[in-house]
Ligand binder design. Sequence first.
Ligand code: SAM
Length: 288
Amino acid sequence: MPSMDEIEIMNLKSYKKLFSKALTNQYSKKEIDSLFYVLVDFYLGISRIKFIQEPMFFLSKNKINLLDSKLKLIKNKMPIQYVTGKVLHKKLTFYLNENVLIPRPETVELCDWIISDQKNKISILDIGTGSGLISIILKKYLDNSNVEAWDKSIKALEIAKKNSLVNNVKINFKEVDVLKKIEFNNKYDLIVSNPPYVDKSEIPSIDVSVSKFEPHSAIFVDGDDNLVFYKKIIEFSKVALNDLGVLYLECHTDRIKSIKNLLKINNFKKIMIKEDLNGRERMIKAYK
Ligand SMILES: C[S@@+](CC[C@H](N)C(=O)[O-])C[C@H]1O[C@@H](n2cnc3c(N)ncnc32)[C@H](O)[C@@H]1O
C-alpha cells in the first residue's frame, strides 16, 4: 500500500484504512474508530451514519492534508479534545487549549447533582474555574443565580470568559490565588470546587496524554500535602458561606474519606458522598 505522502487523492474509506494503520500500535480498534469519526465529523461535517452511507466520499488534497495534520497530533498522544479545541457538554460549547483542563464527565455529574438540589435563586462561587465548565453550566441551568468564578491562571480565565460569551451567560470572573490570603466582599449560598489533588510523585504513573498536554497547575499539588486545596477551601467556606450554605467538592476516590473527616472537624453538617456513573465515590457535599 502506498504511504500517505504518496497519495494525492483518495476516498474516505481508503483514508480510514491508512488512519487506522498509522495508529494501530498506540490505540485499540474501538479508540481508533472513535477518533476517526470525531475528526471526520468535526473537520468534514460527515457523521458516522453519513460515512456508512457514503464511504467513497472524495477527499481533496487539502482535506487529506488537514486530516493528516490532526493525525500527527493524535499520534503524538495529544487528547482529541485539544486537537479539535472544542467540546460540547449539556449542549453548551467549551473552547479549550493547553491552559485549561479537559472537562471530565464526572464534573458534569457534579453539576447535575447541584442543579437537581437547588431550586431557589442563590449566589454561587466556583473556585478553580478552568474552562468555566462548572460556573457556565450552573449559570445556564440555575439562571436566576449570581455566579462568581475564580482561578489563579489568567490564561485559564481568558478561555473561561470566551466560553461564557459563547454560551451567553454572565459570570463574574476574578483572578484569585486561593492558597494565599483571600480578600472577599461577598458571601455565598453555594461554593463548589474541583481543585488540583494529584501528587507530583504520581506523574510517572499518569497517562502521557494527561501529563504531557494538560496544565500541571490544574492537576498537581506543589509540596507533599495533596489535601492542601481542600483544607484551604473548607476553612474559607466556613466564613464565606451564608448560614445553611452548602459546599460541593469533586475529589479523588482515595481521598474522599479524609475530606469527609476534614468537613466533620470543621463542623459541617449533613455530609453526603456521591458516586459517579462508574460507581466511584467522587463528590461530596456538606452544609455549614
Ligand atoms: C482540576 S482543575 C478544574 C477546572 C474546572 N473547574 C473543571 O472542573 O473542569 C483546577 C483549576 O484550579 C486552578 N488553580 C490551581 N491552583 C490554584 C490556586 N492556587 N488558586 C486558584 N485556582 C487555582 C487551575 O488553574 C485549574 O483551572
